[in-house]
Design a protein around this ligand. Sequence first.
Ligand code: ADP
Ligand code: ASP
Ligand code: MG
Length: 408
Amino acid sequence: MSLIVQKYGGSSVGSVARIHAVATQIDALAGKGHQVAVVVSAMGDTTDRLVELAREVCPEPDARELDALLATGEMVSTALVAMALNQLGRKARSWNALQLPIETTAHAGRARIERVEATGLKKDLAGGVVPVVAGFQGRAEGGDLTTIGRGGSDTTAVALAVVLEADECQILTDVDGVYTTDPRMVPEARRLPCVSFEEMLELAGQGSRVLHLRSVEFAARYGMKLRVLSSFEPGPGTLICQEDPRVEAPVVSGIAFNRDEAVITVAGVPHEPGVAHAILKPISHGAIEVDMIVVNTAHEKSVDFSFTVHRDDYQQALELTREAAARYRGASVTGDDRVAKVAVVGSGMRSHAGVATRLFEALFIESINVRLVSTSEIKISVLVAEKDLERAVRALHRAYGLDVAVSH
Ligand code: ADP
Ligand code: ASP
Ligand code: MG
């Protein structure tokens, strides 16, 4: 008998029919003698609709109230899935983050899970009850509801799996595994039977939304077995594993991309220690994540300095940067929020030369300009105009031999 945590995403519980289908699957798994704890997301595009609703009421809703609103989405689906299970004769109970509780930091909209109280869940599991837990939400000190970032239910599931010492955490979604790139954009993409944690961390970090980044971090840190499966059809899915078992790992395993980028450039700041710190400090104090950073020292006395942030943070970051740069005479701040990032990822990159050359060649053939570049040992990412994104992803997918072989 194993203890399995299953997480069902929005489209997997997007209708009454889907809720019944999911309940049937959970019931079948429990019927095989496994202990099952379930995490669910809000139904379909509920979270998007709630965000829109809030903005209709108020263009810049209060962060605390927005979290209180968004958390309701997951509460609806937990209760419905528990009802559907009960109707099948399988005892189940819904849990929200206040009830358990799932304790988080107080950063509204981007809180971090600090502790999961598992007593109630363990009691349920021991008593043959399937606990159905609301993903994405938490409770800050003092009792406020928080949310942990879009796509965060994956992280709730892994956190639960870790505290329950589950044998496996399964992420059930609308694709049957992790692909070489988003199969919705590139139909030639292939499912990967397994991906190493280090590659999955890069893919998720660079925007591949099939797994929430922190869920991969948690699973890697605690050695939790993590698998991505389809909730619509049976199959082996993709296992996130310690190491790629292939003898010769491909140079590039996958391509991730993120549309929601914005770039800010500060030109003409003095070339002296502490400038980057002075400009980036207010941004980090505003809890805004900075991604790519490039310092261009082409001139002797002054430097140009560019960095990227999430598009949602663009206006705030731009204002903070303007304030910070005001102390330097002659400095100018410009920005562009119609940019996107593409990243090629692969452990095989470590031992291969020419990976970057192939990337630049493929983009050159497509006449795509590269705005910024950043690299890690196993990743190269480039910033391009948003309008070029799709062509860039397709060209790179082809250039690194990832397209599915077409039989003639
Ligand atoms: P859920 O609601 O189940 O959490 P998400 O929409 O968050 O589902 O994530 C699944 C989606 O991730 C897929 O529908 C797919 O479009 C997208 N995706 C992006 N990159 C990949 C990839 N490399 N492999 C598979 N799916 C990907
Ligand atoms: N419902 C939340 C969202 O849409 C969390 C999730 O789906 O994981 O972002
Ligand atoms: Mg998701």
